[in-house]
Structures are given as C-alpha cells and as structure tokens.
Design a protein. Structure first.
Length: 306
C-alpha cells in the first residue's frame, strides 16, 4: 500500500496557498489546516486512511454527482439529458452567461450550479416535498455512511447567501427549464449541499463509480455500467470547474470537487478516492487535496490515459 501518511504530511503545507470558502459564512469558520484521505481498493475491499479522513465537512458540489445518479435512476439517462447538457461551459460554475450568450434551451452540464439545480428539480418532479429525504437516504446508501446528516447551520447559511442560485433557478423557470417546483427545488438543493460527509464516505462513493455502478461492499447494483461511465466522463470533463481540462492532463482520473474542501475520484476498476482539505484555489478546488491526489495517482499509476 502506498504510504498515505507520508503523502499527507508532504502536501499539508500547500493549504497555505489557498483560502477557505468565505461567501458561505459557515464554511468560512472551518480550520484550513486539515488534510485527509481515504482510498478504497476494489481488489481486496480494504480502505486505507490517513490524516483527517473521518472529519465531517459539507459535501457541497460533490452532491451533484449523487443527485445526478438518483435522477438517472428515476427518469433514465436519455430523459435526463434532454433537460441538461454534457459539455464544458467556459464560465464560472455559478454563471448564467453561457445560457444567455448561446440562448441555450437547457444548462450545459449537470455540475455547474444551474445544471445541478435543474437536475435536483427532476428529482423533485418525481418525489415532491420528500425529495431531500430521498436524496439523503440515497447518499447514505451509496456512501455506505448511515451517519451522514444534514447540517442545519450550513443549510441556513446556504439559504441566506443563495440569491445567485435563486436567480439561476428563476431564470430557468422563466425559460421552462425547471421540471419541479422552483421553491422546493431550491430548498432541496441548499440541503443537499449541506450534507456532512467524510473522506471515507467519498472514497466509498468513488468506489461505486469505479466499480461500474455496483456497491463493492454488498455487490448491489445502483446504476448500469453505461450510466456510471457517463458520470465518470462528466467528472473528467467538468468535475473541477474551469480546471477540468488542466487536471485531465495532470491527473487523468475522473474527479469531482466541492467548495467544502472535498474531492471524490473514481479510478475505473481500481480505487475510489476521497480527500478533504478545505483551503481552496481561485477556482474553488482543494489546493492541497489536488496535489495529494496527483501524488496518489502517480504512485499507483492510475492515470486512465497512460
């Protein structure tokens, strides 16, 4: 097994080059001097851990992967991608410019905020007011984490500062892009971003995707292999916001980030990887976490393009 503790110690000082998310007040209070990793080995089912791998933190945008999986389960992949695209936008994750400039009929991918809100609205359209409870139960299942929970302080902080997300949602509603009730969809979205996970939780989620949509701890299939491949390809091309192309070259493993400091990676047929370090770069990705991930990928020769 690769020496995880050594790599955590090496990369932790990189946190000084980043800053915790401050536009959500509750996240601004998180201690930046943290770095943890969990590595789920599909070959033997063992999970290696180091650093703050069991510290809970807000899942934020990594929840978009979970909601996309649930929407696909409920509606089928063809129907989902009638309402959201699958390509990079060239704009910030919370920008509306791509839809306005291109006069798009739907958000350009499910991992920008507009696309994620639209995806959540798909779940709401099928489940109604109980949508978040279903998302929470689904997250606990596919993260193999029964203690995963909604943090009320972060949720209310998200709601208070979420006016840009509201503007995205009501813009889409005005263009008939929202399938579910706008108010319910927004509230569900704020809640899903406020779920509290660990690096271990995210390693389990990554392992499901790396294992072709099958939970490796009980061999139960969540989504078909074709749909797991689709999600991994989206993670590769859009999962790290405007740095997705750069890190496809530098790391070469499907990865999704969140401004809570999480990274979730799926190395096909090999590993699920979860990382936590809350200090972010200018694009909203964990700065020490990405360097640690790069060391892990290099050490285990996981780059899918090699």
């Amino acid at each position: 097994m690769i020496q995880l503790e050594k790599l955590v110690k090496k990369n932790l000082p990189k946190e000084k080059e980043g800053k915790v998310a401050s536009y959500i007040p509750a996240l601004a209070e998180v201690n930046p001097k943290q770095l943890g990793i969990a590595l789920y080995d599909l070959e033997d089912g063992e999970v290696g851990e180091a650093g703050q791998s069991e510290v809970r933190f807000a899942i934020e945008s990594i929840s978009k992967v979970i909601t996309l999986m649930l929407a696909i389960k409920k509606m089928g992949i063809q129907e989902v991608f009638k309402h959201v695209g699958s390509r990079q936008t060239g704009f910030a994750f919370n920008s509306i410019l791509n839809m306005e400039i291109e006069r798009a009929k739907y958000p350009l991918n499910p991992f920008i905020n507009a696309g994620a809100i639209a995806t959540t609205s798909m779940v709401v359209s099928k489940t109604g007011d109980d949508a978040f409870e279903e998302i929470l139960d689904f997250a606990r299942d596919i993260c193999n984490d029964p203690d995963l929970y909604l943090d009320q302080i972060i949720y209310h902080s998200e709601r208070r500062t979420g006016n840009l997300d509201r503007s995205l949602a009501y813009y889409m509603e005005s263009k008939s892009m929202m399938l579910g009730d706008v108010v319910t969809s927004l509230d569900t979205y704020f809640k899903q971003c406020s779920m509290m996970v660990t690096a271990h939780s995210l390693a389990n989620l990554g392992a499901v995707l790396a294992n072709g949509g099958v939970k490796p701890w009980d061999n139960k299939r969540i989504i078909p292999d074709e749909e797991a491949r689709c999600i991994k390809s989206l993670m590769m091309t859009t999962g790290l916001y405007n740095q997705s192309g750069t890190y496809s070259r530098l790391i070469g493993v499907p990865t999704k980030s969140g401004v809570g400091g999480g990274l979730m990676s799926a190395a096909p047929h090999k590993y699920g990887i979860g990382i936590f370090s809350p200090a972010l770069d200018k694009d909203g990705n964990s700065i020490a976490g990405l360097d640690l991930l790069r060391d892990i990928v290099d050490g285990l020769e996981l780059d899918i393009f090699d």
